[in-house]
Write a protein that binds this ligand. Structure first.
Ligand code: ZN
Length: 358
C-alpha cells in the first residue's frame, strides 16, 4: 500500500477541521478548494522550478491581497451585513464552547432562555402587590411636583381621539424616542429610574400612568404580573449572547444564530428595556412569554386598554416586517396617552408613527 501523499494528508486534516463546528466548516470549504487547485497546478508544473517559483510568489501575493480585502480580517461590515469584527471574534470562542457543551448544559441553557422571550428573567411582580409601592412612590412625586410647577401630567384617561392634533407631537419628546436596530439609544440619553420594588425599575416618569393602568386592571378583575421592566445594558447583552449560544447549539452557524437572535431578543443598545420605557406583562395563569398570551383574558385586556394609560403593544402581529421583531403580545412601550391613542386608533407602530409625523 502507498503511504498517503502530502496532498491527501492536508485534505484529510482540512475535512477533520471542517467537521468540528459550523464556523470551521465555513473556513475549511474554501481552503479545501484552494488546496485542490494548488495541488493540480503543482502536478502540472512539476519539474519546472522557474514556473513553480513564479506560481509561489503569485500565490503569496494573492494571499496577502485577500487578507486585506476579506471582511473577516478587516471588519468591513458591508459584505457581512451587520456583523463586525468583534462579533466574529466572539463567534470563534462561542464555536469552541459549543464543541465542548454537554447535553445537560444545553438543556439548562434551553430552559433558561426558552419561554422567557425577551425578558429572560423569571422574577415577576403581582400587580396588586406593587400597587402599594407605586402609590407611595407617586405620592412622593406629587408632593415634589406641587412644590414646583405642575406639568399637567394628569390627563383624561380616555383622551378624545378627535382632540389629538398630530402637529402637537415633537420628535424631541422623550416619550416618543424611537429605539430599534436602526436607532440605537443615544449615548447622551438621560433618564432617572424609579425603583418600585426590588428589581422592578422603570423610568420614573412612567410610574403615574403605570399605576393608573394597574388600578384599572384590578378593578376589571384582571390579574397582571409585571416582569422587570428595566434591564441594564449588561443584562441585555448577556441575554443576547445566551440566545445566540442556544441557536448555535441547535446547529446554526454564528451568522444565522445572530440574525435569529436579533428577531427574538433585541440587540443590546437597541432595547427599550434599557431606558426603562418598556414593560413585559404576563399573568398568573399564563407565565410564558409567547404568542399564547394574546389569547388570555389578560392579554386581550391589555391590547384593548393599554393606550388609555399611555402604552402601546410595541410589536404587533402582522407588522413584523416593519418592527423586525416577532409578535410580542406581552411587551408594552410607554409613549404617553395622546401618542398611544393616536397610534392605536390609526393602527400605527412607533416606526410608522415616526415615518408619518417626523
Ligand atoms: Zn420586552
Amino acid at each position: 500500500m502507498d503511504r498517503p501523499t502530502l496532498d491527501e494528508r492536508i485534505r484529510k486534516s482540512l475535512i477533520r477541521f471542517g467537521k468540528k463546528n459550523p464556523f470551521c466548516y465555513r473556513l475549511a470549504l474554501p481552503l479545501l478548494a484552494a488546496e485542490v487547485f494548488v495541488s493540480r497546478l503543482v502536478r502540472h508544473l512539476k519539474g519546472s522550478t522557474a514556473k513553480l517559483c513564479m506560481l509561489g510568489s503569485g500565490a503569496l501575493f494573492f494571499a496577502v491581497f485577500c487578507s486585506f480585502s476579506f471582511p473577516l480580517f478587516t471588519g468591513n461590515q458591508t459584505a457581512l451585513g451587520i456583523i463586525d469584527f468583534g462579533e466574529l471574534d466572539e463567534s470563534v470562542s462561542l464555536a469552541a464552547e459549543e464543541a465542548s457543551a454537554t447535553e445537560e448544559e444545553l438543556s439548562a441553557l434551553q430552559s433558561e432562555v426558552e419561554g422567557q422571550g425577551d425578558a429572560g428573567v423569571s422574577e415577576s411582580f403581582r400587580a396588586e402587590e406593587i400597587l402599594a409601592e407605586l402609590l407611595a412612590h407617586n405620592a412622593e412625586l406629587e408632593q415634589e411636583a406641587s412644590e414646583t410647577t405642575d406639568e399637567g401630567t394628569d390627563r383624561d384617561p380616555d383622551a378624545k381621539p378627535e382632540e389629538i392634533d398630530p402637529a402637537s407631537f415633537s420628535p424631541d419628546d422623550w416619550r416618543l424616542i424611537l429605539i430599534n436596530k436602526q436607532h440605537f439609544i443615544p449615548a447622551d440619553y438621560e433618564f432617572s429610574l424609579a425603583v418600585i420594588k426590588g428589581n422592578l425599575q422603570c423610568d420614573e416618569r412612567v410610574t403615574k400612568d403605570l399605576q393608573r393602568m394597574l388600578e384599572a386592571a384590578v378593578e376589571d378583575g384582571i390579574r397582571l404580573d409585571i416582569i422587570s421592566p428595566y434591564r441594564s445594558d449588561d443584562h441585555q447583552e448577556e441575554l443576547f449572547e445566551k440566545k445566540i449560544k442556544l441557536y448555535m447549539k441547535g446547529g446554526m452557524s454564528y451568522l444565522e444564530a445572530y440574525q435569529e437572535a436579533a428577531q427574538a431578543v433585541t440587540i443590546p443598545g437597541a432595547s427599550e428595556h434599557q431606558v426603562g420605557l418598556a414593560l413585559d406583562i404576563t399573568c398568573a395563569t399564563y407565565r410564558q412569554l409567547n404568542e399564547g398570551f394574546a389569547d388570555t383574558k389578560e392579554g386581550k385586556w391589555l391590547a384593548e386598554n393599554c393606550y388609555k394609560y399611555g402604552f402601546i403593544l410595541r410589536y404587533p402581529k402582522g407588522k413584523e416586517y416593519i418592527t423586525t421583531i416577532e409578535f410580542e403580545p406581552w411587551h408594552f412601550r410607554y409613549v404617553g396617552v395622546e401618542a398611544a391613542t393616536y397610534m392605536t386608533l390609526n393602527d400605527l407602530t412607533l416606526e410608522e408613527f415616526w415615518e408619518e409625523l417626523f
